[in-house]
Design a protein around this ligand. Structure first.
Ligand code: SAM
Ligand code: SF4
Ligand code: SF4
Length: 354
């Protein structure tokens, strides 16, 4: 029997294994992206989580270690802006010590807005970080600054990307959230810029996550349209996913200039293979990005539960999982509508981790 065959993967009610976990390490951010933390809501008076409410590095590492015993192989740190969390390299060093039951290191990555990467990339690499994903919505300063809403210039993100590449934090992915009427005019320019480079650009459909961004279906640019626009100028062909459960559909340039990805969470849901759990900044486990409540693992830890008890709780939460929000939304969105998204109270992306 191979060593990986003995890893006890826990599966949910729909047969989906728990494969990766995202930790939101801070709910704070230095950007105010209009689709994520609109200024009107996340203003000067906004009450962010007090420090003592945040999971400590020890608590995060403890949860990650237990998750690894249930089959988790990928850990991603996100937020908010994860690079704002004080001492982040220390956490990365702690996580990089963890091993799966088969003895391999975990795939450790962060998703960042890139604003501090130029400064922090070498320290992150030294601490044991494997890869970064950087969000960048446009190469046009006016458009990018209107989207981040804090006048942050494009060039500093490009400098951060270069620093991450130089430090060896690859393969590096770039996430572009496409919002109709805001940055969809930049789709082809972004593709052209990152073609024939070591960076893989991924286009994300604007999602109805949280309740503050005023999402409208009419502002979503379907991935099929993104691919068609690029294909018209730089021919593409679809390629196989890297692994089952990959959220991004892959397309490569026919001339060998690399590949792009599209993440079609609105028009083509991928709930049937979703193997991701999210742990909020205050230690609640969410089994879906669109869940309205989480399971309080921090309370268990701070009440003194043992590793075995914590492990059993985590496994049971996953076994009970039934989520498939996007699948159900996709059924609804097949009817033409431009109205706002409705539904239960939902958690903001910055708190749960994108
Ligand atoms: N601050 C970091 C960043 O921007 O990369 C990490 C956190 S952010 C919430 C994680 C990812 O979620 C980013 O790539 C961001 O563009 C994406 N995102 C945020 N709001 C979104 C929305 N409404 N629809 C689709 N993607 C969204
Ligand atoms: Fe901050 Fe990332 Fe949200 Fe933008 S997408 S506001 S950078 S957390
Ligand atoms: Fe996974 Fe929920 Fe997204 Fe479906 S809607 S892919 S279950 S996070």
């Amino acid at each position: 029997m191979s060593s990986s065959a003995i890893v006890p993967h826990v599966v949910d009610t729909r047969g989906r294994p728990l494969h990766d976990i995202r930790f939101s390490v801070t709910d704070r951010c230095n950007f105010r992206c209009v689709y994520c933390m609109p200024k009107e809501v996340f203003g000067r008076d906004y009450a962010f989580m007090p420090r003592e409410e945040l999971l400590s590095f020890e608590e995060i590492t403890r949860l990650a270690a237990i998750a690894a015993t249930h089959g988790v192989e990928k850990i991603r740190l996100t937020g908010g802006e994860p690079l704002l969390r004080k001492g982040l390299p220390e956490l990365i060093a702690m996580l990089s010590e963890l091993r799966t039951p088969a003895g391999t290191a975990l795939d450790l990555a962060i998703t960042t807005n890139g604003s501090a990467l130029a400064r922090l990339a070498p320290a992150l690499k030294d601490a044991g970080l494997k890869r970064v994903t950087v969000s960048l919505d446009s190469l046009d300063d006016e458009t990018f600054q209107a989207m981040n809403d804090v006048k942050f210039p494009v060039q500093k993100i490009l400098d951060g990307l270069d620093a991450a590449h130089a430090a060896g934090l690859g393969p590096i992915k770039i996430n572009m959230v496409v919002k109709k009427g805001h940055n969809d005019k930049d789709i082809v320019a972004m593709a052209r810029h990152f073609k024939d480079t070591p960076f893989t650009l991924r286009f994300i459909e604007y999602m109805d996550v949280g309740t503050t961004n005023g999402w409208q279906l009419g502002e979503v640019v379907p991935s099929a349209e993104v691919v068609a626009r690029i294909n018209a100028e730089m021919p593409l062909e679809e390629i196989e996913p890297n692994y089952s459960g990959e959220t991004s559909q892959r397309w490569r340039y026919r001339d060998g200039g690399g590949e792009i990805g599209v993440i079609s969470s609105v028009t083509q849901s991928f709930c049937h293979t979703c193997s991701r759990a999210r742990i909020s900044v205050d230690g609640k486990l969410y089994t879906c990005l669109f869940a309205s409540s989480g399971h309080d693992l921090r309370a268990l830890m701070r009440d003194g539960c043992s590793d075995d008890e914590l492990s059993a709780a985590m496994a049971q939460i996953w076994r009970d999982r039934t989520d498939r929000y996007s699948e159900l939304r996709s059924l609804n969105t097949q009817r033409p509508t431009t109205g706002p998204s409705t539904g239960a109270k939902r958690i903001e992306m910055s708190y749960i981790g994108g």
